[in-house]
Write a protein that binds this ligand. Structure first.
Ligand code: SAH
Length: 623
């Protein structure tokens, strides 16, 4: 192909001649008419696409040179090379541009492949290879739709609001239109439940406004949000209101649209995949499975009186949104209103995200089971006989629930660390929960039964002993139990050492000449061997002597310090608690260490990625 000069033409109201009556001529004629040209088609015979389009002036005859007299542009697509060549030559003689459909290389002009998205137009030509141009055009269209191209306007224009349904949370479940609008936005006003991963793709200078953080803790009132949308659009900005699910399903999108309309601001609504349907699907629940249910009803339990009698009477799967806080009430009322107490119920938390978790129960026990599993909002509750299909179709069919068995302590700092570890596991997509031996709820036995028969119990205990062998094993029943974190005979895992090392470093202990490893302590010989094993491995890793000490039995921290000094250690010492979480025990060893003149006091193990990895390794090994 020769070098060419791309140009866009304003053909509105201008006469253009199309010679030919077949499908190719029809396509050209339609494109020209779409752009507003006054199209004259000359052909002895014309296909329906031409005869049926009232915008085209059709002359049913052979073309003549006079047809070129008053036109701006010529297209010839007769299917006959001789005719096309003659039309092109006549146009050439009059210095008119002519596009030849039959022979690109002999043509004076070409029509490109075109992609239009909003006010963006992309034209593609590809060396006279129409199929190649077509494929390129398709790829460009897909890229524009995916929002991956920088579509944002850099010159001011008319402001605009788009209420975009972002789907239930997975960034892949937004519509292509939603994505393209997001890529063009100057301002994004986002909900907590919207697909937040998409925010990472925005230009750094796009204004992101958080509209809601948590239930009952809105950062902006609805009136504030409405006012903000209107104000930004009036300032000439493109505003995307990114909402979870569908904007008009229990999402107050209607109010926002009305506020825009009332203010005379252009508003577009882009539907989304609602969590009411998508979250059950993600959990493997077809809400209308043939032969089981032919209807479903979506109800919000937020701040509203519910007519349980009518709801229970419906021959439909019930889908309850915003229902976690009223689960017990819902179950009791539905049973009282006539639903079987054995009706299956699923509670699906954070559907379609990496943290998705399904809890299966019945109306009779769902409140207790959900409490034992620590079920939290956002969740979709599904009530009906379609629920058990999740066993076969749900992703959790393959995953093993993990129940951490924690000691419990009257000190809230202890429970906070344990819950943080559970969160870490869940953030990695694991079905994790916690059961307690003491002080906290739910009791381990309850957590194990709530997690179901496939659960693995992982003791959050540093060493083997009475708790592990008697209490955990007893509460676990028939569930599998994993090894403790530092099993006998004291071959410590690399990950335990890494956590100890990090905690020492954080306390500034790099300069320490010796370390006291302080554990809770028990009278068991095995426990002492475990701790000594950790001390030896830590000494090898740090290159300084490490002595064990116990909070409640001897040797005490003071004994260990004395031992280090007696062995000739001079210079500052450090304390490394072999204790899971802050609490009475760690406070005790820290004050003992301070009294004994230890310079660096490391924190207990606490939340650490290596600890999470170790818990997972223990769970895997027990499967
Ligand atoms: N417009 C949204 C619903 C907003 S109401 C939609 O169409 O999906 C908020 C409720 O939706 C939450 O309380 C919860 O019940 C449900 N929800 C939204 N996203 C969810 C998710 N990813 N997992 C579970 N429930 C979700």
């Amino acid at each position: 192909m020769p070098a060419s000069y791309p140009l866009h033409l304003d053909v509105r109201g201008r006469a253009v001649l199309v010679v030919g009556g077949g499908p190719v001529a029809a396509r050209r004629a339609h494109g020209l008419a779409d752009a507003g040209a006054a199209v004259r088609v000359v052909a002895p015979w014309a296909c329906e696409e031409i005869t049926d389009d009232p915008r085209l002036a059709l002359l049913r005859r052979a073309w003549t040179e006079a047809d070129l007299d008053d036109v701006w542009l010529v297209h010839t697509a007769t299917g006959d090379p001789g005719t096309d060549a003659a039309v092109a030559a006549a146009a050439e003689a009059r210095r008119l541009w002519c596009v030849r459909a039959d022979a690109a290389e002999a043509s004076a002009a070409w029509t490109p492949g075109v992609v239009r998205r909003g006010d963006v137009t992309v034209s593609v030509t590809a060396g006279g290879d129409p199929r190649r141009a077509l494929r390129l055009r398709g790829a460009l269209a897909a890229a524009l739709d995916s929002g991956s191209l920088p579509l944002r306007r850099t010159r001011p224009g008319a402001g605009h609001v788009a209420l975009v349904g972002g789907g239930p949370g997975d960034p892949g479940l937004i519509t292509t239109r939603g994505r393209a609008l997001l890529a063009q936005a100057d301002v994004v006003v986002v909900d907590r439940l919207a697909p937040r991963a998409l925010l990472a793709e925005l230009d750094p200078d796009v204004e992101v406004v958080e509209a809601g953080k948590a239930p009952h803790a809105h950062t902006l009132s609805q009136a504030d949000i409405d006012a903000l949308l209107v104000e930004r659009a009036r300032a000439g900005l493109r505003v995307v209101r990114l909402k979870g699910g569908d904007p008009y399903v229990l999402g107050r999108g209607g109010e926002e649209a009305l506020a825009c309309v009332a203010a005379g601001v252009t508003v577009e609504v882009v539907p989304g995949v609602t969590s009411a349907v998508a979250v059950p699907a993600a959990a493997g629940i077809p809400i209308t499975h043939r032969g089981i249910a032919r209807a479903f009803t979506v109800v919000s339990l937020h701040d509203a009186e519910v007519d349980w009698t009518s709801l229970a009477a419906l021959d439909a799967t019930l889908v309850l949104l915003m229902g976690v806080g009223r689960l017990a009430e819902a179950a009791t009322c539905l049973i009282r209103a006539g639903r079987r107490s054995s009706t299956p119920v699923a509670v699906v938390e954070e559907g379609t995200t990496a943290r998705q978790r399904t809890t299966l129960a019945t109306l009779a026990d769902v409140a207790a089971v959900a409490a034992a599993r620590g079920v939290r909002s956002p969740a979709v509750v599904v009530v009906g006989d379609v629920v058990p299909l999740a066993e076969a179709l749900g992703p959790s069919a393959a995953a093993t629930p993990i129940v951490l068995a924690a000691h419990g302590s009257p000190d809230p700092r202890h429970a906070a660390v344990v819950r943080a570890l559970v969160e870490d596991l869940r953030a990695d997509g694991h079905d994790a929960s916690v059961g307690w031996l003491d002080h906290e709820q739910p009791a381990l036995c309850l957590a194990v039964s709530a997690a179901g028969p496939r659960a693995v119990v992982v003791p959050l205990l540093l060493a083997d002993g009475h708790h592990a062998r008697v209490d955990v094993a007893g509460a676990a029943g028939t569930a599998r139990v994993a090894e403790v974190l530092v099993p006998d005979p004291g071959t410590p895992d690399e990950r335990v050492l890494r956590v100890l090392h990090d905690r020492l470093r954080e306390s500034g202990a790099d300069a320490a000449r010796g370390v006291v490893l302080a554990a809770a302590g028990s009278r068991g010989v095995a426990h002492a061997a475990t701790c000594d094993g950790v001390a030896a491995a830590l000494a090898a890793r740090l290159g300084v002597p490490v002595r064990t000490a116990y909070a409640s039995v001897s040797p005490s921290v003071a004994d260990a310090v004395h031992g280090l000094r007696a062995a000739g250690v001079v210079g500052p010492l450090a304390l490394a608690p072999l204790i899971l979480a802050p609490g009475r025990l760690s406070d005790q060893v820290r004050s003992q260490a301070e009294a004994a003149g230890v310079s660096f006091l490391a924190e207990p193990l606490g939340r650490h990625p290596a600890l999470r990895d170790l818990l997972l390794a223990r769970a895997r090994a027990a499967r």
